[in-house]
Write a protein that binds this ligand. Structure first.
Ligand code: PLP
Length: 377
């Protein structure tokens, strides 16, 4: 049996160990230290955000963002329905209610028109939503200018879930820097990884300072342990930040490789009737193409998404249906949802293709063989 080809696996650059070794040698094996400060500086510098705080995961970053905005019981938070569950789960951690908004065709991300309708309807029902969480699915930027313009009309802060979109940009501004707070993830499958980790980005220094304070158990200044806030243990460790510093050295080449994967898939499949790619709608959009994703119309191309997925599986190649929208998840049954019909259609027929930056040419050959067999059948 051939080795498994993963959808997206960790890809070390080689420079990580020198930072980790230094942390080890100096005994800064703690959730504080030089690597954490350096990783934060590198993230801010790269994205163009004024400040960054390194945290234990993207999920904890979203949770802290909600806490920083003072969101709690009885509040409503608008979340893109078409996403990974970690975009929505933290809303429930603070006792608030997620209100799901559907996607639009161009980017597969939050529809600004449905967003406005949703806000107007929530207000008519008695509540102004307290935050909006758009997502840049598979690296593709959401229409952030339009989303922010709706948000500003109602004075609602935006928490930008850029967990999949480090290095993507819209109108030459990097994702994660559009919202009041931006969220990054360095989980094992993301474009760079610290094995597990996340970050908050913002131009608001007070918010980022407070995120560091809350993430380290909210210790007030005193010789003893004094607390006037509920704290969290959400800081990134200095060891993992060392991996992150090394990964920042190869982020550019990872993006190039993922974009070249996407181009390669478009060359193979782009002319097939019934196969549509998640594509950059115009030059304003620059996706890191974390995952290359397609939508298959079985009436036009003669096979279904599931037939292709199983064919990959039998060749020991991982592919994955698109995220199942949150409004269809059993755990979020009955929560408000504002539909455009787009995410349900995409979920039914969509597939994420193997997209690793470490994909070899012989792995590409194996993938291409499966695709040709499907196309020529
Ligand atoms: C990965 C991911 C997260 C969560 O990040 P973790 O670091 O795994 O906690 C949140 N939102 C989206 C869209 C993600 O893909």
């Amino acid at each position: 049996m051939n080795d498994k080809i993963w959808l997206s696996s960790p890809h070390m650059g080689g420079g990580e160990m020198k930072y980790v070794q230094e942390a080890y040698d100096t005994n800064w094996v703690a959730p504080l230290g030089k690597n954490v400060n350096m990783f934060e500086a590198k993230l801010a510098d790269y994205t163009g955000a004024s400040y960054a705080s390194a945290l234990s995961s993207g999920t904890s970053a979203i949770h802290l963002a909600l806490v920083l905005l003072g969101i709690g019981q009885e509040d409503e938070v608008i979340v893109q329905s078409f996403t990974f569950s970690a975009s929505a789960n933290p809303v429930t951690y603070v006792g608030a209610t997620p209100v799901f908004v559907d996607s639009e065709e161009d980017t597969w991300n939050m529809c600004p028109i449905a967003l406005r309708k949703a806000i107007e309807d929530r207000i008519a029902k008695g509540k102004v939503p307290k935050a909006i969480i758009p997502v840049h699915l598979y690296g593709m930027p959401a229409k952030m200018d339009e989303i922010l313009s709706v948000a500003n009309d109602f004075n609602i802060p935006v928490i930008e879930d850029a967990a999949e979109a480090l290095g993507s940009s819209y109108k030459n501004k990097r994702m994660g820097t559009w919202g009041h707070l931006g969220v990054l993830s360095f989980n094992g499958n993301k474009i760079i990884t610290t094995s597990g980790g996340g970050a908050l980005l913002s131009d608001d220094r007070e918010l980022i300072d407070k995120s560091r304070f809350l993430a380290t158990q909210a210790r007030d200044e005193a010789p003893h342990y004094e607390h006037s806030h509920i704290g969290f243990n959400y800081r990134m460790s200095n060891i993992l930040a060392g991996i992150g510093c090394g990964q920042m050295e190869v982020l550019g080449s990872h993006i190039e490789k993922r974009r070249s994967n996407n181009k390669w898939y478009q060359e193979i499949l782009g002319n097939t009737e019934g196969i549509n790619f998640q594509k950059e709608p115009n030059e304003d959009y620059y996706s890191n193409f974390w995952l290359s994703s397609i939508n298959i119309d079985p009436t036009k191309c003669g096979f279904t998404r599931e037939e292709l997925r199983l064919k990959f599986e039998s060749a020991n190649i991982e592919s994955r249906p698109l995220w199942k929208p949150m409004h269809l998840q059993p755990v979020f049954k009955g929560f408000p949802f504002y539909s455009t019909g787009v995410s349900e259609k995409l979920f039914e027929n969509g597939l994420c293709l193997p997209s690793g930056s470490n994909m070899t040419s012989s792995e590409r050959d194996r993938i291409e063989r499966v695709l040709s067999e499907m196309l020529n059948n």
